[in-house]
Write a protein that binds this ligand. Structure first.
Ligand code: NAD
Length: 368
């Protein structure tokens, strides 16, 4: 699966896919609000993204270029990039465990905004705890130090994984008990608190959003909510998904374009609008059974089975909120999601069909 991110907002492909089904996904073009924000922004940000080749980074890079121009983004990561990837520009190696290298990248590129995406996600983190601490926690110290020295705005995402089994799990509020039981969650709580401390103590413009599982037409990076993406690949390729979570496991989720909107609108908000530095944002919640039902509206023969439940991911999922309360973000800086479950299913089919089918046709052609 290459061409991952031509997929983020191929408005025409999306509309074609939806129209083919004679359904209406949304009232407006999903890009309208991004265009309007870009047009009203006087000083365009110059953003460095760490971990930018992951699930969220490529999409944000594409969106920032769309909004603020080709030179507005510097993309960095520690993995080699396909030289033909259409969604990666101004790319260079940056290991976030090296503070001097972060500082050099910031100075050399005249950066004013840092988006720190590098992380080991929940399931991967459990397999290498020392590395998770190094990348998820110690590197954040370095990011915040560079932000302090160079007066940067800094965004570090948090997650529903920053909550735990003692958190009230129904409509979890912004301020509540946070005693996570994964190294991912522990390091994310650390990030939230350290960032808020740097804001208070040194005036660093730290901003943080707690995301639910993000659904995008890109391969996910090893989180507990990954099934909600894999299910679409399996539906299109096999008509069948073997789910590693139990059928009634309810988790909050959000479609990718809404995630990008949350980041760019939050970063564009004036400091005076913010009554806190770490906000919940969410889209909608569902169980594996419910998303399977939504998929059957598009693909009536689709099957989901549950013979291989993953005990590690199930335990993590059971300790996470079933739904998030995000009214503070809605009130303070105007956050809202455009996509619900049905429109997410429709757009995922439209995007992945155009991604997967041509590849299949090429293979069939070559082997004929
Ligand atoms: N994807 C989601 O559903 C989701 C939900 C909530 C929060 N988040 C948060 O958003 C951020 C991005 O998530 P993602 O899904 O894109 O993750 P991902 O796993 O897809 O990507 C993370 C990237 O970090 C890079 N990385 C690892 N070690 C590094 C190092 N030492 N230096 C530099 N880069 C390094 C990896 O190469 C990878 O490309 C993470 O902080 C994650 O916790 C994601």
């Amino acid at each position: 699966m290459n061409a991952r991110r031509g997929l983020l907002f191929p408005s025409q492909a999306i509309r074609r896919g939806i129209e083919r089904r004679g359904q209406h996904m949304m009232r407006t073009d999903p890009l309208t609000r991004f265009r309007a924000l870009a047009e009203s922004t006087v000083i365009k940000p110059k953003t460095l993204i760490t971990g930018s080749l992951g699930q969220l980074g490529r999409g944000l890079g594409t969106m920032l270029r769309f909004m603020y121009g080709e030179e507005s983004v510097v993309m960095t990561d520690i993995v080699k990039c396909d030289p033909n990837a259409p969604d990666v520009v101004n790319y260079s190696f940056l290991d976030v465990t090296n503070e001097r290298a972060i500082e050099e990248a910031v100075v050399n590129n005249n950066i004013d905004t840092l988006v720190h995406f590098s992380a080991l996600l929940s399931a991967v983190g459990e397999q290498n705890v020392p590395l998770a601490i190094e990348v998820n926690a110690n590197a954040s110290n370095k990011i915040l130090e560079v932000a302090r020295k160079h007066r940067l705005k800094v965004f570090i995402p948090s997650t529903i994984g920053a909550f735990g089994p003692t958190t009230p799990l129904e409509m979890t509020p912004d301020l509540t008990i946070q005693r996570p039981r994964t190294i991912y969650g522990v390091t994310k709580v650390y990030n939230e608190l350290l960032g808020e401390y740097y804001a208070e103590r040194f005036g660093v413009d730290f901003r943080c959003l707690r995301f639910p599982g993000i659904i995008s037409a890109t391969k996910p990076g090893g989180g507990t909510t990954d099934y909600a993406i894999q299910i679409f690949y399996d539906a299109i390729l096999h008509g069948h998904h073997k789910c590693y979570l139990e059928p009634n496991t309810r988790l909050p989720m959000m479609y990718d374009t809404d995630c990008m909107a949350a980041i760019v609108f939050f970063l564009a908000a004036q400091q005076e609008q913010l009554s806190m530095r770490t906000y919940n944002v969410t889209g909608f919640s569902f169980t594996p059974d419910e998303i399977a039902t939504a998929i059957r509206k598009v693909m009536p023969d689709f099957k989901i089975t549950y013979e291989n439940i993953c005990p590690i991911r199930q335990k993590i999922a059971n300790s996470w909120p079933k739904a998030l309360a995000d009214e503070n973000a809605r009130r303070d800086w105007g956050w809202h999601n455009d996509f619900d479950l049905d429109s997410t299913v429709q757009i995922m089919f439209a995007l992945l069909e155009s991604q997967i089918r041509p590849a299949e046709q090429t293979i069939a052609h070559q082997s004929a």
